[in-house]
Design a protein around this ligand. Sequence first.
Ligand code: MV4
Length: 448
Amino acid sequence: MFHRILIANRGEIALRILRACKDLGIESVAVYSEADKDSLHLRYADETICIGPAASSESYLNIPRLIAAAEIGDVEAIHPGYGFLSENEHFAEVCHSCNIKFIGPSATAIAQCGDKVAAKRLAKEAGVPCVPGSDGPVENEQDALAVAHRIGFPVLIKAASGGGGRGMRVAHNDPSLVTGYHSARSEAEKAFKDSTVYIEKYIEKPRHVEIQIMADQHGNVVHLGERDCSLQRRHQKLVEESPCPVLDEATRLAMGEAAIRLAKMANYTSAGTVEFLLDKDKNFYFIEINSRIQVEHPVTESVTETDLIREMILVAAGEKLSFRQEDIRMRGHAMEFRINAEDPDQNFKPCPGTIKTFVAPAGPGVRWDSHIYQGYTVPPHYDSMVGKLIIHRPTRKQCIEVARRALQELTTDGITTTAGLFLRILEHSDFAAGQVDTGFIDRYFAPR
Ligand code: MV4
């Protein structure tokens, strides 16, 4: 087992990883930018190293500085968390060549997942249902029109290196397809230095349902059920839950088995997420695979009684998975609410600042994953998530009841957060009925 791990991240996930290290008796080295010198996890770390100024490009994204910190800190492994370098194949490769274990999938697996055209090809090979569309990249206008006429409008043009909805265009007819094709390509070129695009049938009002997988270095792959992440705004998830309120056992089984086949086809190791769209008729289609631990992992940890960060560390050290598929049962219902320092009434404008009074919610089934404390100043340089409220109760109805109470308890005087928005969402009859899709927030809570 590792003796010492470097945590290449900040905020709540840095604290989450640090806690897993502590529980395993592993020493931790925390790195931080100048803007994060008051970060909570630094107080618990065995060693802290400042890696640069506030700008991510000069700190959390700076590979030479992180490797230097790993050498100085004398660690055997690096946990990248989510965001930053977590899906950077080059970083995974550099760690490998420096004899530092990257706690995540291999550089090859990361590269295959990062290229959405390659991932879709693998999925097809593995017999995983995919959205009808182009077979691989679309090279020109004529190709694009031919694909659209074969599958029928509406279609969605997507960037092969895309993420977060960038480089995506919906087209309903020939002229908008031609325009969208070129604007998607140039946006993709700017954002990802890769103008490769592909085309899919546009699935209207889908639910976003993803399967958590976990794989060790001995060929064992297990799925841990699904998360419904349909409540999003501009590709930022706001609420996630498990189980998906509309998924039947047969579809859950089919999605889980599909995710496992894909993971095996990709020689995948560590934690990963296979994303699907679920249409109105309960058909599911693979869209992409995320090669990192995700923000919403506690939802799965709650319903499956697992510790995914601990498991990632153990399998990275070469251990076998601590559970088999038949050991995984889903119990009760879990929801996660992302508390962002943003004002929903001002178009979700970021609201960094100092927290004058802080009270964390608690009680049965309440988990609060956060790095904030009374007197803490939320810096303006990073994403605005300041905590995650995770509720786990025997039923979805009780989950909603406890969530309402816990959101009311949460006190963060001095900064505006999304907590108030969630109280309004919880009152919505469609949410109470589990009848949501990826357009729900835009329709009712964030009209442009
Ligand atoms: C789709 C889709 C509908 N049809 N693909 C969004 C980002 C990336 N993860 C894939 N995404 C989608 N892909 C097809 N063929 C719908 C989404 C989608 C979405 C689209 C518009 C507005 C909000 C959305 C939220 C989640 C998913």
